[in-house]
Design a protein around this ligand. Structure first.
Ligand SMILES: [Zn+2]
Length: 213
């Protein structure tokens, strides 16, 4: 598996291009914006884009999804259907995030906990992690020990819970049951900031180690 990371939007959102080395099939995770930059990067690689995959519905993660889906003629996959209200609210989100307005759209496929998302030889287990947003999902590839977590957990921090339908207790529950249950070696690829691992966060993340009240 190859992963290309592109920082997009004024929020430096980590858009990921995940590539199966064997088949050169690939998918784009959380294209928050800067579609032209993502398309230009992809032109430098021999890959076939199979889908646009979303961890949650915040505009800094989905802003370029529709444009890229149309460009590559592929489906938008995820998140979980409890996220629908954030897609209903895309025009309001443009104001909230200070982005230019975008055309409202919805995913072609909603995901559920226990689903498997496959591209080429890669197989990602879908885990539902509400708290930052109600329909947030994460994607775990067991063979390569990588998890794409969106805004659930960051290097030394956790996702915000002060947005509508955010829930701090629920977020911590999601992290403990869906992230910290993965092997320590698992690489955590977050929506913002540097990569980390499950083992490092288990010990040093102040929001989950109990060092903050
Ligand atoms: Zn978010």
């Amino acid at each position: 598996m190859d992963i290309i990371t592109l920082a997009v939007t004024p929020f430096s959102q980590n858009c990921r291009i995940v590539i199966c080395q064997q088949t050169r099939q690939a998918f784009i995770v959380d294209p928050g914006g800067d579609a032209d930059k993502i398309i230009a990067e992809l032109a430098r690689h021999t890959v076939v884009i199979k889908s646009i995959v979303l961890t949650h519905g915040h505009l800094d993660h989905v802003g370029a999804a529709k444009q890229l889906a149309d460009h590559f003629n592929v489906q938008i996959v995820g998140p979980q259907k409890d996220e629908q209200f954030w897609f209903d609210a895309l025009p309001m989100q443009a104001q909230m995030f200070g982005f230019v307005p975008i055309q409202p759209f919805y995913p072609d496929v909603w995901l559920e906990a226990g689903d498997t998302y496959e591209v080429g030889d890669l197989s990602f287990a879908v885990r539902h992690c509400p708290g930052h947003t109600p329909g947030h999902v994460i994607f775990y590839e067991a063979r390569h020990q990588v998890v794409l977590v969106g805004d659930v957990i960051f290097n030394g921090s956790v996702g915000r819970t002060d947005f509508p339908k955010g829930d701090a207790q629920q977020l911590l529950h999601s992290i403990k049951t869906q992230v910290l249950t993965l092997p320590d070696e698992t690489r955590i690829l977050s929506g913002h900031g540097p990569d980390t691992t499950v083992g490092v966060e288990r010990i040093s993340n102040p929001f989950i180690s109990g060092k903050f009240g």
